[in-house]
Design a protein around this ligand. Structure first.
Ligand code: SAH
Length: 245
């Protein structure tokens, strides 16, 4: 079935079968409850099915693609197709795994949403633009990795050339795997304030901590002459808890 591509939804379809196989080979277990965000016309979905999930939910914003997906999978009882914007969709179910070739313009928002939610999945396999992936993987702290790493361990799996997509995007991608930490570094009631705190620090990232936090009293023995980016995440959280931001 022919459907007109919609640029506003960041539609770049993965046409390389080998890469699609490599992505789903990152799924280590059978019988998982899986959520796929932005399945497009379901080409990665076909591969996910071969990994024997217990349940597979697809959330797709595009009405036309949703119709195609519903038709394509109408005889497959494991699959549930939902026509929604992931950013507005309240995720109530517990998924073992979230998998997505995410539209680039919403990467950051979706990733934060998935990371901080109560019922965050155990694992996520996500594709991002290479530059965004590099920011997540960086040793230095930044505005995005400082929040995601409170909940997930992030690993680079492989890079994907932009030529593997149609239409061809401007930039190559990277596939990352996220594994939930046994113990999250933030409590539920600390998350919102931590987000404000790290946002404040990283919007003045050239300034030293001493300068940025001068109105707070900090007792512990932490060198504040450095910038936030040079801290270890645990130290950043220690300061956050101490000053009660
Ligand atoms: N997974 C497919 C398509 C990737 S393109 C593949 O790998 O080939 C990104 C997909 O995300 C498109 O189908 C697009 O319509 C969908 N999408 C974009 N924004 C979305 C949103 N906010 N919520 C849900 N799906 C979205």
């Amino acid at each position: 079935m022919y459907v007109k591509l919609k640029k506003k939804y960041g539609q770049n379809f993965l046409i390389d079968e080998n890469i699609a196989n490599k992505i789903v080979d990152l799924i280590n277990f059978k019988k998982l409850k899986i959520l796929e965000i932005g399945p497009g016309d379901g080409r990665l979905t076909d591969k996910i099915i071969s990994k024997n999930p217990k349940k597979l939910e697809l959330i797709e914003i595009d009405k036309d693609l949703t119709k195609i997906l519903k038709e394509k999978f109408k005889n497959n009882k494991l699959i549930n197709v939902i026509n929604k914007n992931i950013l507005k969709h309240e995720i109530n179910d517990n998924y073992d795994l979230v998998i997505s070739n995410l539209p680039y313009n919403i990467s950051s928002q979706v990733l934060v949403k998935l990371s901080i939610m109560d019922n965050a999945p155990n694992e996520m396999i996500l594709m991002f633009q290479k530059e965004f992936a590099a920011k997540l993987l960086e040793n230095r702290l930044n505005s995005i990795n400082s929040i995601v790493k409170c909940f997930f361990k992030i690993q680079l799996k492989f890079h994907v050339s932009k030529n593997c997509y149609r239409p061809i995007p401007k930039i190559d991608s990277s596939v990352l795997k996220f594994e939930k930490l046994n113990k999250c570094l933030l409590k539920k009631n600390e998350i919102d304030n931590f987000i404000k705190f790290k946002r404040y620090l990283f919007s003045y990232k050239r300034k030293s901590l001493k300068n940025l936090l001068k109105k707070y009293e900090i007792n512990s023995n932490i060198n504040l002459d450095i910038r936030a980016e040079s801290l270890e995440l645990k130290m950043l959280i220690k300061i956050f808890k101490e000053i009660n931001f």
